[in-house]
Design a protein around this ligand. Structure first.
Ligand code: HEM
Length: 545
């Protein structure tokens, strides 16, 4: 069942709502039979409260027109409904919802690392009971320079709650190289007219869908606004595990966008706001992070897309926000190295096949060193992002956190390197042998390291056939398991081992040089293929470009 937009006039106001229609079989088949949530097209999506309300109101109106003899009564009812609708609209348009985006410094926005900000109770929290109305979104493409003052204000208090996140359905099927790539944005349902699109189209006059969004201006105010929005959503998530998954998921989203870059192929891809929704390697992203009703997507569609902010730029700015907010003392603020102007793609077939699997350093070498052109030091620094968030069996087949607690998985620091070095990691043979990884016997929280993590510090190539334990301390392997070997001095992956030690020996207080190596690698990776075309943040959009 596909939602369609219905327009309801209430007391002179126009409200745009989604309604579940009858079966629209075939409408999304060209998109691989799944929508942006990763739902199969023949699987009915749950009807939300917002949609049910619309259906009820429509049925009520139908009954009224059929009973024409009660016209007078209907008119009276109409007046009454109009009154109620106006009251509701007045509630929805609270001063808070109308507040325009200010050019605040994000450093004033909340830090969400629990160790830095133990209590989040004082932070703005999201109101789960309010409907995710989209009636405030502009109905046409803003003319002239996009200005955030034209944006539909800060997040309405009715932002949907992230508490739904863990109930996401199981992971999509494992990848197939022929799996169709799903699209985003206006081209998502090319066969449909704009009025049946579940999101508000930029224009109602059906212009040809552009191949790219042309980002025209990105201001400091927009950047800061994204930072605040990410913090606001995150602080509305009570469970630490879910919050770290939301924040880590954003960083993973950015990484999955840039890790398909191949400087030796055409198209090169890279950071273009596109990932293959149907590919198993991206599993978890279309379920929890970037789906039609995911909070991050909603805030983008409602607030930034109407102002011509490209999706790829938005993702990178959101990733930067996560890293700033979770870094120690908010030290890793990458605003000055942020660049915008990436061109979004709506289709990126084959991109999922380019992403490295979690099989070991050979996969990392092929993807990150050879195809992406990074150094081992870059790759090792980027991998430090695994200090955030976690893996889940239903998504990747890997379960647990890299950090030693859900709280620590909310902090962006160099403890990933410490964790790999200081523990004895023993092989974990998962039912699906392709997802074998490592764990520690800590009891309590399940911890994990992938082969792609531990191969940066020791040779784990033969671990499946000759189980070995990764520890830098002698006699720490249990069950007489042998210790994994070190690489010989001249092995090319020794470069990774050396970089790993450099990050690990950063001073814990400042996390240098991990932070500076990460910023270098991140800004390289998020600019792949477009380094010369990207621009720094602008103070304002007043000047014609
Ligand atoms: C060889 C390269 C990489 C491999 C094999 C890899 C593999 C994985 C896997 C298997 C997961 C668990 C997904 C799940 O079950 O939900 C994951 C999560 C994650 N990855 Fe990577 N990754 C790689 C590179 C990167 C890079 C470059 C970054 C960022 C710079 C990154 C950031 C993250 C984050 C933050 C999470 C946690 C996501 C969450 O909590 O939902 N990864 N990665």
């Amino acid at each position: 069942m596909e939602p369609e937009l219905i327009i309801v006039e209430q007391g002179g106001d126009v409200e745009v709502m989604m309604e579940q229609e009858g079966d629209t079989e075939g409408s999304s088949k060209g998109l691989g039979g799944r929508d942006t949530n990763g739902n199969s097209s023949d699987t009915p999506r749950p009807t939300n409260r917002f949609v049910q309300g619309a259906v009820r109101r429509k049925k009520a109106l139908g009954l009224l027109s059929a009973a024409s003899i009660l016209a007078l009564m209907a008119a009276l009812m109409g007046l009454l409904l109009g009154f109620v609708a106006r009251s509701r609209n007045d509630e929805g348009a609270s001063p808070k919802a109308r507040a325009s985006v200010r050019d605040d410094d994000p450093s004033s926005s909340p830090s969400i690392a629990p160790s830095l900000s133990p209590s989040v109770s004082g932070q703005p929290s999201l109101n789960p009971s309010a409907k995710p109305t989209i009636s405030e979104a502009p109905s046409s493409t803003p003319s002239g320079e996009p200005s955030l003052s034209e944006a539909p204000s800060s997040i309405p208090s009715g932002e949907p709650s992230l508490s739904r996140m863990p109930s996401s359905k199981p992971s999509s099927q494992p990848s197939t190289s022929n799996s169709p790539t799903l699209s985003f944005g206006p081209t998502q349902s090319p066969s449909k007219s704009p009025t049946t699109s579940p999101t508000i189209s930029p224009t109602t006059s059906s212009p040809p869908t552009p191949a790219f969004i042309d980002p025209r201006c990105f201001t400091v105010a927009t950047y800061n606004s994204i930072d605040r929005d990410v913090a606001q959503i995150a602080n509305g998530i009570e469970s630490l595990a879910e919050r770290s998954h939301f924040l880590g998921g954003i960083v993973r989203l950015v990484a999955h966008d840039f890790m398909d870059y191949d400087r030796t192929s055409t198209p090169m891809y890279g950071p273009d706001g596109c990932f293959d929704l149907s590919h198993g390697i991206n599993s978890g992203l279309p379920e929890d992070i970037w789906c039609d009703d995911c909070p991050l997507t909603l805030v983008y569609n409602r607030k930034y897309r109407p102002n011509n902010i490209g999706r790829a730029d938005f993702w990178v700015a959101a990733g930067n926000a996560v890293i700033r907010q979770t870094s120690i003392n908010n030290d890793l603020d990458m605003r000055s190295s942020f660049r915008w102007g990436r061109q979004d793609r709506f289709l990126c077939p084959g991109s999922g096949d380019r992403l490295p699997g979690s099989t070991g350093c050979a996969a990392t070498e092929a993807a990150m060193i050879e195809r992406m052109g990074l150094t081992w030091r870059d790759a090792v620094a980027l991998m430090g992002a695994h200090t955030l968030g976690r893996g889940e069996t239903r998504f990747s087949g890997h379960h647990g956190t890299w950090s030693d607690s859900d709280e620590a998985a909310l902090v962006f620091d160099k403890r990933y390197y410490d964790a790999a070095h200081d523990n004895s990691w023993r092989p974990r043979f998962n039912p699906d042998q392709t997802t074998n990884d490592f764990t520690t016997g800590n009891g309590g929280i399940t911890r994990m390291m992938l082969k792609t993590d531990l191969c940066l510090t020791m040779d784990v190539r033969n671990v499946d056939t000759e189980p070995c334990c990764v520890t830098h301390w002698e006699n720490k392997c249990r069950e007489q398991m042998r210790r994994c070997p070190m690489y010989p001095d001249l092995h090319p992956w020794m470069e990774a081992v050396e970089a790993f030690e450099e990050m690990r020996l950063s001073d814990l207080g400042t996390n240098q040089p991990f932070y500076s190596a990460f910023e270098d690698a991140w800004s390289k990776a998020t600019s792949f293929g477009r380094m010369d075309d990207l621009s720094s943040l602008r103070e304002s959009c007043d000047v014609d470009l």
